[in-house]
Design a protein around this ligand. Structure first.
Ligand SMILES: [Zn+2]
Length: 272
């Protein structure tokens, strides 16, 4: 599942490729999108900006129209030069937005809708999002308030709740809890304020590490939290069940929880 850092980077890449350019071509398999396109064509509009809000992507066009997409499990946006061969099957295409210089293609994106600015301002799902870890202005006090509202829930669930803090997915969740030395199954009410603050700091730092594009490892970009450039040593605990903890050598444990069986990984000694 793409996490907030992935969506942030995708939005930044799309913004660099498309912002300021005029749309020459629009296609979609979604009738709700093509209906709007027939009424008030997307071609001819200028892409004003592409941005992310947590795991939601917003592409703003001139004429008060915003394309809202969410990748869920398998969606992705690709960028191509006109005429370049797509790296995904064309039957997975959901949306195409072409300019003279670039073609952006959404593959398997399950959530896509056009919104006006007023509709975006009333959009319950987007407006309910907690402060965005990837945003330039991050409201720490608001996160503290939202954490306090979920005192009786385990921290691993609360960290994934996009209404508390937006942008964290399964990988960064396990990694942040390890770096902050918090057991994932601790209830929020049993974690003291300085420790919660440390967790927010760590989450911000790990998110920043994954949205700066200064360091690209030889094996290509990939989520990393350890700071290591060794592609086999990018993460502390996620996906390392049974392997020795990078700090203490104790085997990493993992457990699937919740209705969608999300994986939580932790070191039983460092996060006792
Ligand atoms: Zn350990």
């Amino acid at each position: 599942m793409p996490e907030g850092d992935t969506i942030f980077r995708a939005a930044r890449t799309l913004n660099r490729a498309l912002a300021g350019r005029t749309v020459a071509r629009f296609e979609s398999v979604y009738p709700a999108l093509t209906r709007i396109d027939h009424q008030a064509p997307i071609a001819g509009r200028v892409v004003e900006a592409v941005s992310s809000r947590g795991k939601h992507m917003l592409m703003a066009f001139s004429g008060d129209l915003i394309l809202h997409t969410h990748m869920r499990m398998h969606g992705s946006w690709h960028i191509y030069r006109p005429g370049e061969r797509w790296r995904a099957p064309s039957h997975d295409m959901r949306i195409v937005i072409g300019t003279d210089a670039y073609v952006a293609v959404a593959f398997n994106v399950p959530v896509a809708e056009f919104l006006t600015r007023a509709e975006l301002a009333r959009h319950t799902q987007i407006q309910a999002l907690g402060p965005d870890l990837a945003a330039a202005s991050f409201d720490r006090d608001e996160v503290r308030r939202r954490l306090a509202d979920r005192r009786d829930e385990p921290i691993h669930d609360v960290l994934l709740n996009q209404q508390v803090l937006s942008g964290i997915g399964n990988v960064l969740k396990s990694e942040a809890l390890f770096v902050a030395r918090i057991n994932p199954f601790t209830l929020v009410r049993d974690i003291d304020d300085p420790t919660l603050d440390r967790l927010i700091d760590v989450s911000l730092r790990l998110m920043k590490m994954n949205i700066t594009d200064t360091v690209i490892s030889p094996a290509g970009p990939g989520r990393r939290t350890t700071g290591s450039l060794d592609p086999t040593a990018r993460l502390f605990v996620y996906g390392r069940s049974g392997k020795p903890c990078r700090s203490c050598g104790t085997p990493i444990e993992s457990r699937k929880t919740g209705v969608d069986a999300r994986l939580t990984c932790w070191c039983p000694k460092c996060q006792a």
